[in-house]
Design a protein around this ligand. Structure first.
Ligand code: NAP
Length: 508
């Protein structure tokens, strides 16, 4: 490997000319492996093909596309980003039924996109990438079917929220009723008239509550921490609205612009805990609680003791209505253990249950793992990420050449549409890959100093965000630092426009 040093703003070709070299590599058809056929993997196939790449394959661990929307089928599953914004920019969808799309609708949208863009033939289903090692300038992969493959470029589109986390609550296994994690919903279990308990009060549990409270016999919400709930209006689109969206692209575009504007404000609020916008959001959440929960005892149970937005904000049009249903009980006594017949509280009370839903979230620091990933000289991703997952601009890691992540570590941008984030990241990655295809280098990875300096600056900025104001959430790493993009959305888009190549080490 020979490293090519380039100066700020210097074209790579002139860096090579300085060394008396021409473009030595004739590397016009790199082989690309994409990991995961969810939103970001589907996007990768479409955009790689559009950019003229031909030699690529997607490994998908399951038998269907869709990622998080395939896995999460719990009652009420929906996306709290407006549907017209949670849509590929190149594939608007006039058929969304309401402001916020259900999980099933989103899954159908992705299925349609996959058919329209003929993505399916590129996917190898039921085949997970288990090992990914950079040896002699190429990625050597082993999959769960025993296949060996090689790649010049790996795009990890493996998602963030795909390893269910089941809290280590004593006795869970002793429960004799039906028990499952929210991401592994057992639809064969009837809920009508049953005593159902849900552990957790994250976005998932809140959506489940609204969806089932009036169908079950009794509903217990086991709340360890109260949530701030931001009121939203979920408007149904009529056939006339949809006709207008189908026939008038400007009307469809307007929906996107409006949603975008709302999230622009939200995204700038969360990165500055003292901002006027953040205070406005807090006031709206507080008014929602004060005005919509009548019983003062219940209201106090539901009143959080930390700042709104510190945990991922809950957006719900109807949670407060649902939780005031005569069937519903908010259980704030801590759980002592789970027993055969239900949940025993610290107070000694046993909440008898037929069904127990564990809505305790996901392991959010796994990313592509448990796949074993080794970069140059056998360096392991587990070791590099031993303290916490890092990546230069969330996309790439020093010493892991030509290995790019979509929605990688520290990337979520303030409750913003992950689709737009992935589109911008992929546009950036394609520019890095162009250096390889143009034969200017064989390997590209961020420099250690550029990556370390980015991470140090990111951590400092993250400490000023709303996520660092004193609560427990999956946004925080083990040091309590928000694992997030701590700057504005505009800055993110700006940085993604064009790589600063001096931050990279390019090698033949
Ligand atoms: P989550 O936000 O991580 O919430 C997990 C819940 O489980 C928390 O209320 C937590 O309590 C509770 N919990 C964990 N361990 C517990 C224990 N030992 N005993 C009692 N309670 C325990 O998980 P999630 O609701 O599945 O959501 C994860 C993420 O998925 C969201 O933040 C969001 O990004 C995404 N999501 C998005 C949507 C959407 O509409 N776009 C919908 C659903 C999910 P504490 O708060 O006390 O820790």
């Amino acid at each position: 490997m020979r490293v090519i040093r380039i100066m700020k703003d210097e074209p790579l070709s002139s860096a090579k000319a300085r060394r008396g070299e021409s473009n030595v590599s004739n590397f016009t058809e790199p082989r690309i492996v994409i990991i995961g056929a969810g939103m970001a993997g589907i996007l990768s196939v479409i955009k790689l093909r559009e950019a003229g790449y031909r030699d690529f394959v997607v490994y998908e661990k399951s038998g269907r596309i869709g990622g998080t929307w395939r896995e999460n089928t719990y009652p009420g599953v929906a996306c709290d980003v407006p549907a017209h914004l949670y849509t590929y920019s190149f594939e608007p969808n006039p058929e969304w039924n309401s402001t916020f799309a259900t999980g099933a609708e989103i899954q159908r949208y992705f299925e349609r996109v996959v058919e329209k863009y003929d993505v399916r033939p590129a996917i190898r289903f039921n085949e997970a990438v288990d090992v990914c090692e950079f040896i002699d300038g190429r990625w050597r992969l082993k999959t769960s079917t025993g296949r060996d493959d090689v790649a010049d470029v790996v795009i990890a589109a493996s998602g963030v929220l795909h390893h269910p986390f089941t809290a280590d609550i004593p006795g869970l296994a002793d429960f004799t009723g039906a028990r499952f994690h929210s991401a592994q919903w057992d639809h064969s279990v009837p809920l009508e008239g049953k005593r159902v308990g849900v552990i957790g009060t994250g976005s998932t549990a809140i959506q489940i509550t609204s969806a089932i409270v009036d169908k079950v016999g009794r509903f217990d919400l086991f709340q360890r921490t109260a949530q701030w709930v931001c009121p939203i209006e979920d408007k149904s689109y009529s056939e006339n609205d949809k006709y207008e969206f189908r026939t008038n692209p400007a009307a469809l575009d307007r929906m996107r612009v409006e949603a975008n504007e709302y999230f622009r404000k939200f995204s700038s609020a969360v990165i500055d805990a003292d901002s006027a916008e953040m205070k406005e959001i807090e006031a709206a959440c507080l008014a929602n609680l004060e005005n919509n929960v009548k019983d003062p005892v219940l209201r106090e149970k539901l009143r959080p003791n930390y700042r709104a937005g510190c945990k991922r904000l809950i957006f719900s049009p109807d949670f407060y209505t649902a939780i005031q249903h005569p069937n519903a009980h908010v259980i704030t006594d801590a759980i002592e253990r789970v027993e055969a017949n239900g949940v025993r509280l610290k107070s000694g009370e046993l909440r008898e249950l037929d069904v127990l839903v564990v809505a305790t979230g996901f392991r959010t620091d796994s990313f592509i793992r448990p796949a074993v990933v080794r970069g140059r000289d056998g360096i392991s991703l587990d070791d590099v990420w031993a303290d916490h997952p890092i990546a230069y601009l969330s996309i790439s890691i020093p010493k892991f050449p030509n290995f790019f992540m979509l929605n990688g570590p520290n990337g979520p941008v303030g409750n913003f549409s992950l689709i737009l984030i992935a589109e911008n990241q992929l546009n950036y990655i394609l520019q890095l890959m162009e250096k390889i295809r143009a034969g200017e280098c064989r390997e590209i990875a961020p420099r250690v100093d550029a990556s370390s300096s980015f991470e140090a600056t990111r951590i400092e900025a993250a400490k000023k965000s709303i996520w660092a104001t004193g609560c427990k959430s999956w946004y925080l790493d083990q040091h309590g630092v928000p694992a997030s993009w701590p700057w504005s959305r505009e800055r993110f888009f700006d940085v993604m426009k064009q790589p600063e190549f001096e931050a990279y080490e390019l090698a033949d």
